[in-house]
Design a protein around this ligand. Structure first.
Ligand code: ADP
Ligand code: GLC
Length: 469
């Protein structure tokens, strides 16, 4: 019988997505099926999930889940089998996060996961409960404090910046025992720390790249949790993400006007037209697809913009996020018509067109647990220009002298993460782009790079097997 894993997660592509977490949660089940692991995601029944699932059948009734009745539904979405928590008092709202009762909403996710972990649904009793980020992180805590036999638990950090901290006064309301409010439990700087609890109490911790696994044990990247992570280093590992190469397949991408690599200039022209950039085939076109946040270095990009344009690049940017960063980028675009094109909001089709049409893809993140856009760029033949941090450092081979001589470069890395280094990296990229033969070698190497889920899925499967009893 396949190993059974319950994946406890707050978003799932293609149903609900605010970032790469959803992509990963959606791609893992099919990738793990090849490893004889049956992974079933558990997520809240937000309105978008309710609209997308089919064949929903009640699998578990909960008369009172943090203030109202709830049911767990077993359902399908596309080729995915999943469990969704129907609890209108918690989840019948469009925005995924940012509600006053987020503590209860995601405690409920963890509590239901723990119940399923203990066998509440006879047809799917998991060997491993795998929690993602702070939203899933109370699952290991509820399993720990529930006593008795329990499945193994894995806690994956996709982003240490979001920790889920709530007032200590909620302890009883969340159904956590008084004894859990301790340094070896859920207590975190006098509050309840969801992620902290998961990191303390899970049997194993993973994060989404080997370099981020090392970085988060340092004060500079640990966001207050580095001490705990150092203490648990023996059960912490990094497994890089992959991309779903069915969703991201340049040879068969409905969002691209041209699907043959040799016809890439047509995609570039379409991208220039879509963002009102000058229709210039001889301008090196840099793309950005990003949440507009401090993490992603979008303020650094705005600062570096005059130097990027002086280096001879056009910029096509798609992003959603912080309003001040958006305003700054909008001002820059207005100041450089034809050279800088921006689109604010979430646009799946445009994200694909940028990957298929841009010459380079810029990722100036201050920290990046893994990053998926540079993997898509490699696969599509856009050259990634990335900050040397986290998963970016692990997945892009810098076009330095040695790598160029050996013919193995796949992109450009830069450090430190500031406007001067970004500008220098883009200048280096434009120079490489003018050297057509070298550029083609870099692109070809990138397109052959291993970016899929096969190897990471095998690593997760081996980890689950080592933990399951
Ligand atoms: P993060 O999860 O930190 O935002 P990742 O690189 O892991 O970063 O994943 C981002 C995912 O979201 C990628 O699939 C990317 O294509 C997508 N994405 C980011 N911003 C947008 C946007 N504005 N429109 C469409 N897709 C976006
Ligand atoms: C987070 C990280 C990103 C990672 C994604 C999926 O949102 O910021 O680097 O790729 O999760 O693991």
């Amino acid at each position: 019988m396949p190993l059974r894993v319950l994946s406890v997660v707050s978003e799932l592509f293609p149903l609900v997505k605010t970032g790469g977490l959803a992509d990963v949660a959606g791609a893992l089940p099919p990738a793990l099926a090849a490893e004889d692991v049956a992974m079933r995601p558990l997520l809240p029944l937000y309105p978008a999930v309710a609209a997308a699932i089919i064949g929903a059948a009640p699998a578990w009734d909960l008369p009172d889940l943090f203030g109202g009745p709830a049911r767990v539904l077993a359902a399908r979405a596309g080729s995915l089998d999943l469990f969704a928590i129907e609890a209108p008092h918690l989840y019948a709202r469009d925005a995924l996060y940012g509600h006053d009762d987020d503590a209860q909403r995601f405690a409920a996710l963890g509590a239901v996961a723990a119940g399923i972990g203990r066998g509440a649904i006879a047809g799917f009793v998991p060997d491993v409960v795998h929690a993602h980020d702070w939203q899933g992180a109370l699952a290991p805590a509820y399993l720990h404090y529930g006593g008795g036999r329990r499945p193994a638990t894995v806690m994956t950090v996709h982003n240490l910046a979001y920790q889920g901290q709530f007032p200590a006064g909620l302890l009883a309301a969340l159904g956590l025992p008084a004894s859990s409010f301790a340094i070896e439990g859920v207590e975190y700087y006098g509050a309840i720390g969801f992620l902290k609890a998961g990191l303390r109490l899970a049997d194993w911790i993973t994060t989404v790249s080997p370099t981020y696994a090392a970085e988060i044990q340092t004060p500079a990247f640990g966001m207050g949790l580095d001490g705990l992570l150092r203490a648990r280093a023996a059960v912490l590992s990094g497994i890089r993400n992959g991309i779903d190469t069915d969703v991201w397949n340049p040879a068969n991408d409905a969002h691209l006007p041209a699907r043959a690599d040799t016809e890439r200039p047509r995609n570039k022209a379409a991208l220039q037209a879509a963002l009102r950039l000058t229709a210039d085939p001889d301008a090196c076109l840099s793309g950005v697809i990003s949440r507009l946040t401090w993490q992603k270095g979008m303020d650094i990009l705005a600062d570096a913009l005059p130097a990027l344009l002086a280096a001879g690049t056009q910029l096509a940017l798609l992003g959603a996020g912080d309003t001040p960063i958006e305003a700054e980028l909008a001002r820059a675009a207005a100041a450089h018509p034809g050279r800088v094109g921006v689109r604010f909001g979430y646009d799946e089709g445009l994200a694909h067109l940028i990957q298929g049409g841009a010459d380079a893809l810029l990722v100036p993140s201050r920290f990046e647990p893994c990053g998926l856009t540079q993997l898509c760029a490699l696969h599509y033949g856009a050259v990634p220009v990335v900050a040397r941090v986290g998963g970016l450092a692990d997945t892009v081979i810098d076009a330095n002298e040695a790598a160029l001589a050996a013919g193995v470069a796949t992109g450009v890395q830069f450090a430190p993460v500031d406007a001067a280094a970004l500008a220098a990296a883009v200048a280096r990229t434009v120079a490489l782009w003018h050297d057509a033969a070298t550029w083609e070698t870099i692109r070809a190497n990138g397109m052959l790079a291993e970016v899929d889920w096969q190897r990471p899925a095998a690593l997760y499967a081996a980890l689950y097997r080592s933990l399951a009893v």
